[in-house]
Each structure stands twice: as C-alpha cells, then as structure tokens.
Write a protein that binds this ligand. Structure first.
Ligand SMILES: NC(=O)c1ccc[n+]([C@@H]2O[C@H](COP(=O)([O-])OP(=O)(O)OC[C@H]3O[C@@H](n4cnc5c(N)ncnc54)[C@H](OP(=O)(O)O)[C@@H]3O)[C@@H](O)[C@H]2O)c1
Length: 347
C-alpha cells in the first residue's frame, strides 16, 4: 500500500504542518484519487478563528483544500462508471458539515472523493489546468441551478438559444468565469461586469456585453445592456456587488432572483434594504453535492463539454509551487489578491 502524506491543520497550532496520513479506503460511491495538482481558495487559508466562524463543525487535526485533479487509484462499489487510472478533477468535500473527515480534504496525496462530484478530463487537459475548476464551478452552479437559487435551466451539450439574459457581476472572478460559461452552455445571453483589463477575457468566456464594475454609472449601463430582454436571474460576486445587482434586478423585466456568492448569513447582513419584489439568496459552494445539480454538472455535463472545448478550465492556472509544503506560501500569496487567475500547486 502506498504511503500517504497530508498538509495537516493541527489541533493546537495555528500553522499547517506536513505529516503522514492514513492511506484511504473508498466506501460506497467513493473513489481514491492520487492528487497531481490542487487549486487554492481563500477559504483554505483563513485564520484559525475564522474557521470557527465559517466552519464551526470542523474537527482538528483537519485537512482542508477543495480543488483537486489526478488519477483514480481505487474505486468503491456503487453506481458509477469511474475506473482505476482515469484522469479526473473533483470537488473534495472533507470540510463540509455532513462529512467533516480529514480523509476527504484536498491537501493530501491520496484523497477520497464522492463519485458524483468527479469529472473525467480529456487527455489534452493538464492536471494543473483542471484543478482550477471545482469549488468555483460548484459555487456558480449551486447559485444558478438549485431550486433555492436562480433555478435556471441546466447546461447541456446542445443548448437552445433562450433569448433571456443572466447577469453576472464579478465575471473575472473564478466563480464568475464559471457562471458565465455555465449560463452560455444553458443557452442564456450573458451581461457581466469586470475591470476593463478583463473585458476581452470575459468575451472569450462567452459574455455578450461587459460593463466596468468600477464605473459610477454601472447600474444604468447594465440596465441598458439587458434592454427589453427578459432577465432570467442575477449572480452577485464580490464585496459591494449585492446592492448594485439588486438595483438592476428591480429595474428590468424578468426574474428578480439574485444569488449572492457570500454564504446566507453574510448575504442577509448586506441585503438589509432589498427593493420590492427582489429575492436574495446566499450560496454555499458545497450544497450541490446533496441534490441533482452535483451529478448533473460533474458527471453529465462537464466531461463532454471539456472534451469539445464548449467549457474551458478557466481562469488560467498559475503554478506557484510544488509539493504539500508549498501550499501555505501559495495561500499567503492568494491573500494579496489575484485577477483572472487561479493559483495552483502541483503534487
Ligand atoms: N459561498 C461560497 O461557497 C463561496 C465559494 C467560493 C468563493 N466564494 C466567494 O466568491 C467570491 C469570488 O471568489 P473567487 O475565488 O472566484 O475570486 P477570485 O478569483 O479570487 O477573484 C479575483 C477577481 O475579483 C475581482 N474583484 C475584486 N474585488 C471585487 C469586487 N468588490 N466586486 C467584484 N469583483 C471583484 C477582480 O476582478 P477585476 O480584476 O476584473 O476587477 C479579480 O479578478 C469571493 O467573495 C469569495 O469569498 C464563495
């Protein structure tokens, strides 16, 4: 049996440390992946006190990390068609309340993943590039397709043109890059915001119109860009985005549902003055694991869409180190901010 190592978050100390970890055995509908690359997210590097607030159930020592890509090493029984040797990406769910297991945390060499939250990837897609997707894809998909979010039509290989618009504020974030692509692959027209340096990037993702998020007239410009077309729903990503998105939703024809990338409690704190008729919900990026959206995205849609190029592994990966020991420095760098980029560590 191979040896496993993990980046542990110990019970008493504040900093991560690399140590040995049990080699995992997959259960029903689970697989074991030999990680080759992990993507970094802000939540992975928050201070210990913040873990107590955001993930109060987390037991220590813990293994955090959600974005992984690698080869399948072992498969558990169950109803899936994944096999040993498949190249995959997956959303590692070890920090979710209903799981709370170190064996399912992403920052280790061998990780257990739920088969319905795993996608096969094409040979041309490197593990580094594939590892950019999971949490940001899951967050966008949870907010857009769940019944408690925008309840949009799911993406398919052959979407019909709906002549309805989805508004994505914060289109150059990782979550926004996925929201734009998901909406386009579901047949929606996309109006988005970003800084001007990222306009061209958003257009390559499929955005039809892009507005400068820092413009003092951004709300008015978005209302004009949406025009007479029906608004199917809006996604508000980034600090300060929610009040502006609510204003747009209140001023155009269509759905007044707004999904905010902040979790429910923070969303409700920042949405204290909600325009009449507007309905706001916060997103929890792991929630799709418990409903039909998870397998619809990871098993049914993504593998083929990555293969044909209909879906791109975006934002672009920047490899900032190799090995578990490189992860803390990568997280520190992420804290200083990135623009249209995802930091990745190879393992
Ligand atoms: N609820 C969940 O489960 C969950 C999960 C993951 C992420 N999130 C949240 O989703 C948001 C995006 O996360 P991410 O990892 O995708 O971000 P990211 O890729 O790190 O975002 C970087 C981008 O943010 C844009 N940006 C900076 N400040 C902004 C603002 N005030 N409004 C709009 N855009 C802004 C910048 O765009 P320009 O350079 O174009 O200006 C930059 O390109 C964060 O707030 C994060 O906390 C929530």
């Amino acid at each position: 049996m191979p040896e496993n190592h993990a980046l542990w978050l110990p019970k008493k100390r504040r900093s991560f440390e690399v140590g040995s970890a049990p080699y995992p055995t997959p259960g029903l509908n689970e697989i074991v992946v030999r990680n080759r690359a992990v993507g970094l997210n802000l939540i992975d590097g928050i201070p210990r006190l913040a873990y107590r607030l955001v993930l109060p159930w987390l037991t220590f020592p813990a293994v955090v990390g959600q974005d992984v890509a690698g080869e399948i090493e072992a498969v558990g029984s169950g109803s899936h068609d994944l096999t040993v040797g498949d190249r995959v990406l997956g959303h590692a769910l070890g920090t979710e309340k209903s799981i709370n297991r170190a064996s399912q945390g992403g920052f280790q060499e061998y990780v257990i993943l739920k088969a319905h939250m795993v996608s096969r990837i094409p040979d041309f897609l490197s593990f580094e590039r594939a590892a950019v997707l999971p949490l940001q894809l899951s967050t966008a998909a949870s907010g857009m397709f769940q019944a408690n979010g925008l309840a949009l039509v799911l993406p398919t290989a052959d979407p019909i043109d709906r002549d309805e618009t989805v508004l994505v504020w914060g289109g150059s974030t990782g979550v926004g890059s996925n929201a734009i692509q998901l909406a386009r692959n579901a047949g929606y027209r996309v109006v988005a915001t970003a800084s001007p340096r990222n306009f061209e990037y958003l257009q390559t993702l499929g955005a039809d119109e892009v507005v400068d998020r820092n413009s003092p007239t951004a709300v008015k410009e978005l209302v004009t860009a949406i025009g007479d077309r029906f608004l199917a729903g809006s996604v508000a990503i980034g600090n300060g985005s929610l009040p502006k998105v609510m204003k747009v939703a209140a001023r155009v024809a269509g759905s007044r549902r707004v999904s905010s990338s902040a979790p429910a409690i923070l969303t409700h704190l920042s949405a204290w003055r909600v325009p009449r008729g507007v309905c706001v919900s916060g997103i929890w990026g792991g929630s799709l694991k418990d409903n039909e959206v998870g397998p619809a995205i990871y098993n049914d849609f993504l593998p083929a869409a990555l293969g044909t190029g209909a879906y791109q592994a975006q934002p672009p990966a920047e490899v900032v180190g190799s090995g578990l020991r490189a992860i803390p420095a990568g997280l520190e760098r992420l804290r200083h901010g990135v623009s249209a980029k995802k930091l990745v560590i190879t393992l």
